[in-house]
Write a protein that binds this ligand. Structure first.
Ligand code: SF4
Length: 276
């Protein structure tokens, strides 16, 4: 089994979702990629900047950044599915592009460490005992000469809401298994805020996480049922198998009937005429 952080997290959120994703079960819903566009576009710039331009000490002017990114954006839009009329779409294509350009320029100014970094670094650790492997791709590994930092770029607008520190524990574990020592720091780099938030790690924390990971890995390999875990939360909301998931439909019905009962309790069962 190849276990990435995203597989691990998906299985914890919903085993059926994990099963569907891993086995590429066909779905009736076409997945809108709107929410991932900002992150993909800004990361495509910083990958080039970190791995090429900054290594050559090249300062690229804004006009050239625009040119490079316009080509990247056009290619991305040609190959992504986005329904721009969906209610959650907040920025149009051009506004989103401009937002990314603005944030690229701000991040270039805010941080002067790009030439100490390597971007999109892939690790694959083969586990001898189980024959499984752990895989991960880190956005940035920064080597200052005296310390190593692993940074994960985030495009989120809600900083504290979408924080998942286990993702950084996973990267720290990969680093530990490959190099025999922990990185000195791990953190999230928030592109929209030009801010890095570091997360505490030590051997004890990472060992506990490794044990949890081993339990989940075993659970996945022994699971024969992949029971759905329906929740009226984002996992189901964005799940592209939601319309073919019986467990989710049943949960929605229970929720709707509870809501109706609550309204009846409040109104004492009377029918209120809401017409104006
Ligand atoms: S709709 Fe919810 S419960 Fe059903 S498979 Fe998707 S995430 Fe799991």
């Amino acid at each position: 089994m190849r276990l990435s952080y995203s597989n691990y997290r998906t299985y914890l959120n919903c085993p059926r979702l994990y099963y569907n994703q891993v086995n590429k079960v066909p779905s009736d819903v076409k997945d809108s990629e709107y929410h991932s566009l900002y992150g993909r576009l800004i990361e495509s710039f910083f990958e080039k900047h970190v791995n090429c331009y900054s290594k050559r000490d090249e300062l690229i002017p804004e006009s050239q950044i625009r040119e490079i990114m316009r080509r990247e954006w056009d290619y991305m839009l040609d190959n992504a599915y986005v329904d721009w009329s969906e209610p959650w779409v907040k920025l149009g294509s051009n506004e989103l592009f401009e937002q990314v350009i603005e944030d690229i320029l701000k991040n270039l100014e805010a941080f002067d460490f790009w030439n100490q970094c390597t971007s999109e670094v892939s690790y694959k650790i083969d586990l001898k005992k189980s024959g499984d492997s752990l895989t991960g791709r880190m956005d940035f590994i920064r080597n200052t000469g005296s310390s190593i930092e692993i940074l994960d770029g985030k495009g989120t607008t809600k900083m504290d809401k979408n924080v998942d520190i286990e993702q950084l524990y996973f990267y720290a574990l990969l680093y530990l298994l490959r190099h025999g020592k922990l990185p000195n720091k791990v953190g999230f780099l928030y592109y929209r805020y030009q801010l890095i938030k570091y997360v505490d790690i030590n051997l004890d924390i990472i060992t506990k996480f490794k044990n949890k990971l081993a339990i989940v890995k075993r659970a996945i390999s022994q699971d024969k049922v992949f029971t759905p875990k329906p929740m009226l939360s984002k996992h189901c909301k964005w799940c592209k198998w939601r319309f073919q998931c019986d467990a989710f439909s049943a949960k929605k019905e229970v929720y709707a009937s509870r809501k109706k009962n609550k309204i009846n309790e409040k109104t004492d069962g009377q029918v209120i005429d809401l017409s104006i």
